[in-house]
Design a protein around this ligand. Structure first.
Ligand code: SF4
Length: 356
């Protein structure tokens, strides 16, 4: 069953003109701004991104400054957004743009696709919004909106379904406003055609054209197979303190939170007694030990169930002060310089509060 989407275009554009949220990267859609915002918006809501975006482009206002930024500074600017590979790829791509395109983003969908971290969706968004090139930008919001309008039970996780929708959108894309059209679909998905069975159909500009609304099947669409359950891991996290400095450890360059700073951790959740014995085995003499309670952090494929302990050490054995993968950071360094991922926030928040 095919649906002719042609009629929805003017209604969507009209609605977008009156309802689009005012966003810095929309007010000034220069390629660099559109790019940074689109990368930040992957996995993160618009409201949360606003502050990060302003801070990022104030400190790194152009591709050259991004390419030349210190990695530690870059990670700090990204702290809290998670998925740190996104910002590492931003910088890799900025270096390539500086070298191969004289610091200007290429105004070409195909060339954008060759840059690290820029996939089909992001290349489509930058091309259409920043350069007015008529290519689709299909994300989860767009898939949901379009499949509901068509009343389609296609599995939206299938590549063939995305490809078919791409062709459908190419056919109806207004050549004079491709960026606005793509954004109208994204915006409708974010503001009105909400996920998890709760669309606000009475506020929708295409309600009269929407098959899901007409057939009363909005709650059943879009169709996607159930996600695999996340792996669960128990961990004990240590806020190790010695002379008002805290131990942070650099993770390996591959895998989860690759190359980032973490609070030292141990597999499994240890009781206070078990931890005392472990620390003794490590040759660490403790002056004080308090539980920081339980916390959970959810990554895309793994869930950490943690218990934290604040351990104040009496002395520091030589091997701990000379281990290059461990830094003893003071409060200011921990807060302003090193980027410690959100997963550990439950156990570092007291230090931050103390400083403020
Ligand atoms: Fe989505 Fe409802 Fe609009 Fe259809 S009418 S597109 S289900 S918000």
């Amino acid at each position: 069953m095919t649906y002719d989407y042609k009629e929805v275009v003017p209604y969507l554009l009209h609605w977008f003109d009156r309802n689009a949220r005012i966003l810095a990267w929309r007010e000034n859609p220069k390629p660099y701004y559109v790019w940074v915002s689109e990368i930040m918006l992957q996995q993160t809501r618009v409201e949360a991104v606003k502050g990060y975006f302003d801070r990022f482009v104030t400190e790194l206002p152009d591709i050259k400054s991004l390419a030349q930024a210190e990695e530690e500074r870059l990670l700090k600017l990204w702290e809290g957004l998670g998925y740190y590979n996104r910002v590492r790829n931003l910088q890799k791509a900025a270096k390539i743009i500086l070298k191969e395109y004289e610091g200007e983003m290429p105004a070409s969908y195909e060339r954008l696709l060759t840059l690290p971290g820029i996939g089909v969706y992001t290349a489509g968004a930058i091309s259409s919004i920043a350069f007015g090139i008529p290519v689709p930008a299909i994300d989860g919001n767009v898939l949901r909106v379009m499949k509901r309008i068509a009343g389609s039970f296609d599995d939206i996780t299938k590549e063939s379904v995305k490809k078919e929708l791409w062709q459908d959108i190419v056919k109806i894309m207004p050549k004079d406003r491709p960026g606005d059209f793509n954004q109208s679909l994204m915006e409708l998905g974010a503001m009105v055609c909400l996920p998890n069975g709760k669309p606000l159909c009475d506020q929708c500009p295409v309600m009269h054209l929407c098959k899901a609304f007409h057939d009363d099947i909005t709650q059943q669409l879009p169709v996607k197979p159930a996600k695999k359950e996340r792996r669960k891991e128990d961990r004990t996290i240590l806020l190790l303190e010695y002379q008002n400095r805290y131990a942070i450890h650099k993770r390996m360059e591959k895998g989860l939170l690759a190359g980032l700073w973490e609070l030292p951790g141990i597999e499994n959740k240890l009781s206070a007694m078990e931890l005392s014995m472990t620390l003794k085995d490590w040759g660490l003499a403790t002056e004080q030990m308090n539980s920081l309670g339980d916390a959970k952090h959810i990554f895309s494929h793994v869930e950490w169930n943690m218990i934290g302990y604040h351990v104040i050490l009496k002395e520091l054995p030589l091997q701990y002060s000379s281990d290059n993968s461990i830094v003893w950071a003071d409060t200011s360094e921990l807060i302003d310089f090193y980027s410690v991922p959100n997963a550990f926030r439950a156990f570092t928040k007291d230090i931050k509060q103390k400083k403020n």
